[in-house]
Design a protein around this ligand. Sequence first.
Ligand SMILES: C[S@@+](CC[C@H](N)C(=O)[O-])C[C@H]1O[C@@H](n2cnc3c(N)ncnc32)[C@H](O)[C@@H]1O
Length: 274
Amino acid sequence: MKLKEALKNTLSSNELDMLIRGYDIVGDMAITIIPPELEQHESLIGEAILSINKHVRVVAKRDGNYSGQYRIIHLKIIAGENRKETIHQEFGVKLHLNPETVYFSVRSGNERKRIAGLIQANETILVMFSGAGPYPLLIARYNKSCTIIGVELNKDAHAFALRNLKVNKAEKQVKFLHGDVREIVPHLGLLFDRIIMPLPKTAHDFLPLAMQNLRRDGWLHFYDFQSADSFAASLEKVNRCCPSLQRQVVESEIVICGHSGPDTYRICVDARIG
Ligand SMILES: C[S@@+](CC[C@H](N)C(=O)[O-])C[C@H]1O[C@@H](n2cnc3c(N)ncnc32)[C@H](O)[C@@H]1O
């Protein structure tokens, strides 16, 4: 049953029009948005979400916006059990996480699977901004000959990543490091075959660092937020970093992988850098 249908005898037709019908399901948690006009009914809305999703045990509402260096958001429980930790399954990978202390978007699951599908045999891969570990663990699951390093600043996210590493038995392929990529990556002394940069708001600040640690003809996956008529500007950000490092984009593609507001897309620039 749909949420609107479940609430048709509880909310007025005006209120039903204001209801945001979609919600994300992370493990056994549903995460929804309650417009201010409906706040007085938030527990009823939460109960309705519980009643139509038998495997959901916790309903939380977004209480603010994604913010700060860790890109996290405050959540308020509106129905169900009083906890914020859950276990999410993504294409066979188990992810323990708390969506309030760690950035995680279920909506990026297909994009992570797309990247995992691009990996060639024996690659050495860097995931900057690895969070609770979804990219490295998904890549490892589907590419047994590659090795991956993930670097994450948020210590809660890193702690979940270490737990997820064990749970998914990926210790031989994946290493998670805690800290700022600007401090950690230059000391690794490695040139990677592929570098993934899933921090759309500010990843451009890290492009020179990524290029310095990417082997010639290696692949860069640079995420950015961009309006529909300006996708080329994101590729231009990559191009602009090249001359001073004596590099060049030899092949590229732009992939739409989500939305961030009505006119803004989350895109990935896949670029082979010579
Ligand atoms: C948009 S989240 C992506 C997390 C994860 N890759 C995922 O897909 O769920 C970006 C992550 O980058 C981390 N971060 C931000 N600045 C960083 C830095 N300078 N060094 C390492 N990690 C950083 C944040 O804490 C956050 O977990």
